[in-house]
Design a protein around this ligand. Sequence first.
Ligand code: GDP
Ligand code: IMO
Ligand code: MG
Length: 428
Amino acid sequence: MANTILVGAQWGDEGKGKIIDVLTEKADVVVRYAGGNNAGHTVFIGRDKYVLHLVPSGILRPNKLCVIGNGVVVDPIGLVEEIEGLKRLGVKVGANNFVLSETAHVVLPYHRELDAQREVLKGKNKIGTTKRGIGPAYGDKAARVGLRVNDLVDEARLKETLSLRVRENNAVLKSLGAKPLSFEKVLADYNAAGKALKAFVQNTVVLLHNKMREQADILFEGAQGTFLDIDHGTYPFVTSSNTTAGGACTGSGVPPHRMDRVVGVMKAYTTRVGEGPLPTENREISDLLHGMGREFGATTGRPRRCGWFDSVATRHATMVNGIDDLAVTNLDGLDTLETIKVCIAYRHGGKQYDFVPNDAHTLAECEPVYIEFDGWLAPTDKARSWKQLPPKARAYLKAIAELSNAKLFIASVGPARAQTIFVSKTLK
Ligand code: GDP
Ligand code: IMO
Ligand code: MG
């Protein structure tokens, strides 16, 4: 399979977890390279549902090495709970299949508190974060006052650094009217988490380069989506990391020329959770999907905002990430619609855009230009091959891939592994 970067081509929750699980079959190593436990990647195996937040989704297959890279921000208490939860479900997580980078940054309780307080201060302009402390943790990383995993697992160093950091952050929290943290409690909790994680900690850059020398195939598991990228997303309504393909290099230490291809995952429609512009947002499709019990956030349970497929956005995602292959998920969500709209351009003040304008205010004012497709009005969830899909569904998939400027690789018609159609070879 070679080294593959998998990214979300929209606003997150595209079905990356499912596609990672499918592609992991042919990979040796799976690496998370950005984000933290703001992510929620859902995988179904039979009737069992797994929601991964920090642990790479590859963990669900035996004998695959799963790595949390240096670009991830790790809430160690959340990670310990996630590992325990996986073990209770019968998933093996041990030092032979799970590794944590010693230079990944650590999310601390003051990051979560500050995240929440900043949202309150922003009032109606809030971002709608997951309140997992992601922004403040990456902020501290950039300001060079963060703690890394190798500080966490060194008791003496943790005590010294943390005492300074808790003091400074408590002053800020108090000034915001929030309750200060108990240094002793934070230290005790983080010492315990550090002890529980110590066996997994390694220099993951050296490890990954050793694996490449052994000809291992590496799958890079993106979190969030292109338009939540700190540089390329709808700033400030974004997360705080580089979620796009470049982040896979900086977040893992694997250089660009060792990457062989980029897979972009996108839904057959659009969703977003949290605030910020979503040009194709639409009540009809929102009500339809929520009515089926779909499109509720995997991390926070919030209903996702839904809209028509936005090919201006996915084409832009192809450009920024260098997407070669597309995996289109949730096709089955559109099975009952008579007419399906696809946005092909934006109009704004007499101007037409065929790319996503950088200014979030401009984007919020954009009017989508739509083309319409006939719905196929038939269930697709039982289709197992390209030929078994209704012709109108095939036409829709071909059109959105073409509009997105990349090759259709996978069509997904349900959450299960078997509900995955590999298209490229059979597409006519
Ligand atoms: P991720 O964050 O990109 O991994 O996506 P999430 O797991 O947050 O959300 C995607 C949701 O869609 C999950 O509930 C998946 O089980 C589900 N899913 C993925 N592909 C399909 C599909 O083709 N059809 C249906 N019905 N559900 C899907
Ligand atoms: P996965 O990997 C969807 C959104 C939040 C909010 C913004 C900033 O499951 O696709 P943050 O907590 O990161 O500071 O929140 O980003 N967000 C996601 N939306 N899927 C995700 O991850 C997300 N991670 C963050 O809702 O709008
Ligand atoms: Mg998700």
